[in-house]
Design a protein around this ligand. Structure first.
Ligand code: IMP
Ligand code: MG
Length: 178
């Protein structure tokens, strides 16, 4: 089996590039059907979603725009408080139909915060498209409208996802073995 070593950890191939591209084509096809004439604004959450956003975009046939944001964590005024801030939203989204692009939804905490912050800017609606989804880890209520591939609760790298900053350049997805 194809394996890679990143820093101190070993990973084995889990999802091939072909399977990823097929899943993306299916998500794109659904969005193409759902958003005819709507000119949605995609908001991709960096860093992890950059590959998914690029490949999804090549498969979209509708009129659409894209913008990129980051969700940064910093220590709030209370020492234990984890405050999240949106960086890079420099576009007016009022009245726009938004589709958030994520590499992976794990617990869903990041996305929950992102949705809440975006709602304050009064978009028409917000939907979510994620390449990967870990249902066993998900702890939230919001609906994930478009899912590429459901995966077990393993730590993975590749195709934009990293282990300590590395592994994003792999075109297949690998899961941790030890
Ligand atoms: P959540 O807030 O728990 O849903 O996780 C959000 C972020 O954690 C994702 O956008 C990823 O950047 C990162 N993440 C979650 N699971 C993995 C994984 O298996 N490998 C690499 N990064 C992950
Ligand atoms: Mg991410």
């Amino acid at each position: 089996m194809k394996t890679v070593k990143i820093k101190d950890k070993e990973f084995a191939i889990s999802i091939s590039s072909d399977k990823i591209q097929n899943a993306i084509k299916q998500v794109a096809s659904k969005i193409n059907n759902d958003y005819v004439g709507q000119q949605p604004l995609f908001i991709a959450v960096l860093n992890g979603s950059f590959m998914f956003a690029a490949d999804l975009f090549k498969n979209l046939a509708i009129e659409c725009e894209i913008s990129f944001i980051k969700v940064s964590s910093y220590q709030g005024t209370q020492t234990t408080e984890d405050v999240k801030e949106l960086i890079g939203l420099n576009q007016n989204i009022e009245g726009r139909r938004i589709i958030i692009l994520e590499d992976i939804v794990d617990t869903g905490i990041t996305l929950d915060t992102t949705i809440a912050k975006l709602k304050k800017h009064k978009p028409a609606d917000i939907k979510v498209a994620t390449l990967l989804y870990k249902p066993e880890a998900f702890k939230n209520q919001f609906i994930i409208d478009y899912v590429g591939i459901e995966i077990p609760n393993d730590f993975i790298v590749g195709y934009g996802l990293d282990y300590d900053g590395l592994g994003r350049n792999l075109s297949d997805i690998y899961k941790i073995i030890n």
